[in-house]
Design a protein around this ligand. Structure first.
Ligand code: HEM
Length: 471
């Protein structure tokens, strides 16, 4: 689908640390040929391409056409980004600058309405797209190249839209425009991601300790062509992608990888961007940075399905599900907890759910984890003590008293019905990160501690030698 050709990745002449080059655009792209004719990707509805009566300018105003290459090209070309300085010098890389950017990005989020439903969730959406930019930049690290260097592939639909045009009219570039003479774009992307996570965590305890760990000094890469060829982990790779990129290229452990994946609590997948569709949990949870991703993986039923664009994903089934209210997981999320039985939604046909006994695997460190997880979910949703969308009749009920058939019914049969076969044994999870997922669902502090370690590692890898702690 990519009808873009890199005409000139970066033509900056001044590359010395701290030097600024306002004259050049960070990147310039050009069309190889007729974009509209070439674009047949499923993130771009067919009528966008076929409707010859409307101009691309008009068509790009429609949500269904936003994923078309022609629209991306117009956006990128019409809204160039100033490269600013390439490496932050210690004279400007101060804690004060860090705090200012945290506050300004936080204000962007706060300027949006605090509503959140299946139609839209403005604060969560902006936070999601900013955090995903960092997620994409991180993943191209390999053998000493790439990583957090400011290279974000415009073919990865949704990322540049967020940066340039923003979400609900709010642009991350508006903050960058103010500070591009003080820090590198690469450092800016890390601080912006920390800003959205901090903002979306709000007063929840414990807080993220990002501030005390942050170091400046990443260099913005001038020629991103190598980065654009990097193969990021793809949902259909399941845990192989996690092993290849998170563990192989980035050097994270299984525990560290599954802690990092908790970012999918924030935001959602969209048909018009990636082609996958839905929230990883209920919409209001997608706007808070908590451990709800792990609770959602475990305390809901999941069955293979398709997004409206035909992408294979795991859809929420069982009680509490309603038509037109998509909650989904990717193969790469599910396999962490459930293992090989759920690593390929294109061919597997089973219902993924757990009995409370699955928490016995961590009983030594967290006794009675099943009941604690139910309490944790109740604190977050205020919906009462629920397992697979069913509320216990009264507060003191023990989920362990419920029969296998009852709980299976809640998770896989009531509401939207899932397959009759279970994915593996609901009493014992087999995923490579199962024990960690069970723990993170119960112990938010443990997740935050591990997340911080992974985050610092993946945002610093490759640049360690030049990073410095701000004054
Ligand atoms: C195996 C690794 C990963 C896979 C397969 C993956 C896949 C995806 C996909 C398909 C989407 C939907 C995009 C859209 O339609 O807008 C998405 C969204 C998202 N991803 Fe990932 N991702 C991975 C790792 C990461 C990492 C490492 C981060 C950040 C550190 C991240 C942060 C996000 C966020 C915040 C969103 C929500 C975006 C929004 O709401 O606009 N992901 N991811």
């Amino acid at each position: 689908m990519d009808a873009l050709r890199i005409a000139s990745a970066l033509l900056l002449a001044a590359t010395a640390v701290g030097e600024r080059n306002d004259a050049m655009h960070l990147m310039q792209y050009t069309a190889e040929s007729n974009l509209a004719a070439e674009d047949d990707d499923d993130r771009c509805r067919l009528w966008c391409i076929g409707d010859a009566k409307k101009t691309w300018e008009q068509k790009c105003g429609y949500r269904a056409c936003r994923g078309c290459a022609a629209c991306n090209l117009q956006k990128v070309v019409s809204t160039p980004l100033q490269p600013g300085i390439l490496t932050t010098p210690s004279s400007t890389g101060t804690m004060q600058l860090y705090d200012t950017i945290i506050e300004e990005v936080g204000s962007l989020i706060q300027s949006l309405p605090d509503t959140c439903d299946y139609q839209e969730c403005p604060r969560g959406e902006l936070a999601g797209c900013i955090l995903r930019i960092a997620g994409a930049d991180i993943q191209d690290y390999k053998d000493g190249r790439g990583g957090m260097d400011g290279c974000v592939n415009p073919a990865d639909v949704g990322l540049w839209e967020c940066l340039h045009y923003g979400t609900h009219g709010v642009r991350l570039a508006s903050v960058w425009d103010k500070h591009n003479g003080e820090l590198s774009f690469a450092d800016f992307l890390v601080i912006s991601a920390e800003a959205v996570m901090t903002n979306r965590r709000g007063d929840l305890q414990p807080p993220f300790p990002f501030r005390s760990h942050f170091r400046f000094g990443r260099t913005t890469t001038e020629d991103c062509s190598w980065s654009y060829k990097a193969a990021l982990a793809q949902p259909w790779e399941g845990c192989n992608g996690v092993r290849r990129v998170f563990m192989g290229q980035l050097g994270l452990s299984v525990r560290g990888s599954s802690a990092l994946m908790g970012v999918h609590t924030i935001g959602r997948a969209r048909s018009e961007y990636s082609g996958w569709n839905g929230y990883w949990s209920a919409p209001e949870q997608s706007s808070r940075f908590n451990n709800n991703y792990y609770l959602s993986l475990l305390l809901k039923g999941w069955a293979p399905g398709r997004s409206p664009n035909g992408r294979n994903q795991w859809n929420h089934v069982g009680s509490g599900t309603e038509r037109g209210k998509p909650q989904m997981m990717l193969d790469s999320d599910m396999c962490l907890a459930y293992g090989d039985e759920v690593s390929d939604s294109s061919v597997q046909d089973c219902c993924a759910w757990i009995m409370p006994d699955a928490f016995d695997a961590i009983n030594a460190s967290i006794p009675d984890g099943g009941n604690k997880a139910v309490d944790r979910l109740n604190e977050q949703t205020q919906n009462g003590r629920q397992w697979c969308g069913t509320t216990f009749p009264n507060e003191i009920d023990d989920v362990k008293q419920e029969s296998f058939e009852h709980i299976r019914d809640w998770c896989c049969v009531s509401g939207t019905r899932g397959p009759d076969v279970d994915c593996g044994n609901p009493r014992a999870l087999k995923g490579m990160a199962a024990a960690h997922i069970l723990e993170f669902a119960n112990d938010e502090a443990a997740w935050i501690a591990e997340f911080q370690k992974s985050w610092t590692h993946v945002t610093e890898i490759g640049s360690e030698h030049q990073l410095f702690t701000p004054a």
